[in-house]
Ligand binder design. Sequence first.
Ligand code: ADP
Ligand code: ADP
Ligand code: ADP
Length: 213
Amino acid sequence: KRLILIGPPGSGKGTQSPIIKDEYCLCHLATGDMLRAAVAAKTPLGVKAKEAMDKGELVSDDLVVGIIDEAMKKPSCQKGFILDGFPRTVVQAQKLDEMLEKQGAKVDKVLNFAINDAILEERITGRWIHPSSGRTYHTKYAPPKVPGIDDVTGEPLIQRKDDTAAVLKSRLESFHRQTEPVIDYYSKKGMVADLHAEKPPKEVTSEVQTVLS
Ligand code: ADP
Ligand code: ADP
Ligand code: ADP
């Protein structure tokens, strides 16, 4: 399967991805994770991306399309993939279509994590991440057994620098202005399934399973 997850920051894409990935043996390509790794490693790509990311603005289409083009060539992605956080602009969606067309492939489904903006600040400011695994916790909704510590490895959790109310505001503006048109783009092709992303995680998972079955 080739799936796209679209939704505002905090809508639950990263929480559902590992579950879908394991169930269907897909690779998980999250442009945000890849960009943060590049920023941390101070690669040329990371240096170019950092300023936009710190402000909650989108990184240029050329940079992210390049990353995705490279990542999709991995052997682990040949059976299918989950694109989490990509495409975020209509230009990115068109470029993705072109890349897949060359391989005679196409996207199967777009999962739209529909949710009211009002819920997102609490989700984002309470988010804690185990960077190396991508496991995500929430102080209220999914607390780790020991605060600040990953349940599985015992390693420390971090908070993302852009997970503040102020940066969220600009990330949400980018979402409404640049990413919502991507949902329309795929709706016209009849590919979008709307999820009730404000429901508890398990209920969202069963909605996903219904859509994909
Ligand atoms: P995204 O990847 O879309 O930005 P995440 O999956 O990281 O969102 O979720 C954001 C925060 O909200 C995390 O702290 C996560 O634990 C929590 N969360 C995710 N899904 C739900 C849900 N259905 N109900 C309540 N909290 C959730
Ligand atoms: P979230 O999980 O909160 O939705 P991400 O981790 O996907 O956020 O993205 C973090 C930041 O990385 C974004 O605010 C943006 O600056 C950059 N980014 C990620 N994916 C893209 C993309 N497809 N196009 C442009 N910028 C992106
Ligand atoms: P900074 O070092 O710029 O203050 P942060 O405080 O946002 O960065 O994050 C600390 C470290 O964790 C950085 O190396 C960052 O790249 C990494 N990181 C943050 N969020 C994630 C994530 N979701 N997945 C992987 N690595 C992450």
